[in-house]
Design a protein around this ligand. Structure first.
Ligand code: KG4
Ligand code: ZN
Length: 321
């Protein structure tokens, strides 16, 4: 039994996953409402909130799984990348729990965590496969040849795909984070009503900042009344450009690598237009797309554990080295 803890951004999450990949519980307490009025995550506010929530969320995950700490064999925690203050709350909580019970601790990379959302029962994906990781902080194309290891083929040169969704949503006056709301609004719109550019970038990298600027200009040219009237069309056309960029790169990566099985993980994997555009592609289970701790506990199954008490000096890291 693995207890997972995730506090890299604005979700305080804990989960219990078995060594063979069954998710017994996954509790996510989102702070989105707390940050909404600032239009983005305020790191120090996030850290303080994690501090309030981490113990009750862990307790709730144990209760929901019907286990006590006596049944937990390893504690897994996100070590990075993310907001360092936020990460440190999870890392400290995990150390305290593991140390008090003399358990091993498993430091997990958040991005490996997203990939490991594909490894849970009842339909665990077996490598090799090509993986698009599209979240609020990252857009990566990975060649996954074995569990716990992957090769990076491409990344974003500027904004992440989820960030592009959130910035677009903001320009359209939607809430924060706006990805899911933009997805909903776009269902009532005509994606052909506007033409937004798909950036041309060499290799297998991505770029979304030009697209955001194109939406900004369209919104300016239309004026507030027209924007209000044509919001759904703008959302649909903007979403189509993001989806096209992602699909194009996946197609290219398939031909470059010869990996013909494709999977998509991360918050943007919840997007309905992306799901519709990629039939035959494997998507992370919906409840494991956005940040959660079940994926962290799942990833811990493929990472070496640190035995008691060798982890007391363990530090978090903010960015990918
Ligand atoms: O994986 P995640 O929870 O956090 C990071 O690790 O960054 O991803 C959050 C991102 C946000 O940008 C959010 O707007 C986006 O995923 N997102 C969506 C949808 N649901 C969440 N973007 C597009 N369509 C959605 N349905
Ligand atoms: Zn994430």
């Amino acid at each position: 039994m693995i207890l997972g803890i995730e506090t890299s951004c604005d979700e305080t999450a804990a989960a219990v996953v078995t060594a063979d990949g069954y998710v017994l519980s996954s509790v996510v307490s989102s702070q989105a409402d707390l940050h909404a009025r600032y239009g983005g995550v305020v790191p120090e506010v996030a850290s303080r909130r994690h501090l309030d929530l981490v113990s009750p969320v862990v307790r709730e995950a144990l209760d929901a799984a019907g286990v006590t700490l006596d049944g937990v064999e390893r504690v897994a925690v996100t070590q990075g990348p993310g907001l360092v203050g936020a990460l440190l709350v999870g890392v400290s909580a995990a150390k305290a729990i593991a140390w008090a019970r003399r358990l091993p601790l498993v430091p997990v990379d958040h991005l490996s965590g997203h990939v490991a959302s594909l490894y849970v029962e009842p339909e665990p994906l077996v490598p090799p496969f090509l993986c698009l990781l599209a979240s609020g902080g990252h857009t990566l194309l990975l060649a996954v040849r074995e569990r716990g290891a992957s090769e990076r083929l491409g990344t974003t040169l500027d904004d992440a795909a989820g960030e592009a969704f959130d910035k677009g949503a903001r320009l359209l006056g939607l809430g924060y984070p706006g990805g899911a709301e933009l997805d909903r609004l776009a269902r009532d719109g005509d994606p052909g009503a506007f033409t937004f550019p798909v950036a041309r970038v060499s290799g297998l990298d991505f770029s979304f900042s030009g697209l955001k600027t194109a939406l900004l200009y369209a919104v300016r040219d239309l004026g507030p009344d027209q924007v209000e009237l044509r919001k759904a069309d703008l959302a649909a056309a903007y979403q189509r450009a993001i989806v096209r960029a992602l699909v194009q790169r996946i197609d290219e990566a398939v031909s470059v690598t010869g990996l013909d099985r494709v999977a998509v993980v991360g918050g943007v994997a919840a997007n309905s237009a992306l799901r519709a555009a990629l039939p035959g592609v494997r998507f992370a289970p919906l409840h494991l797309c956005t940040d959660n701790a079940a994926m962290i506990a799942s990833a811990a199954r493929y990472v070496d554990e640190l035995p008691y008490p060798r982890y007391l000096g363990l530090d978090a890291y903010a960015s990918v080295s």
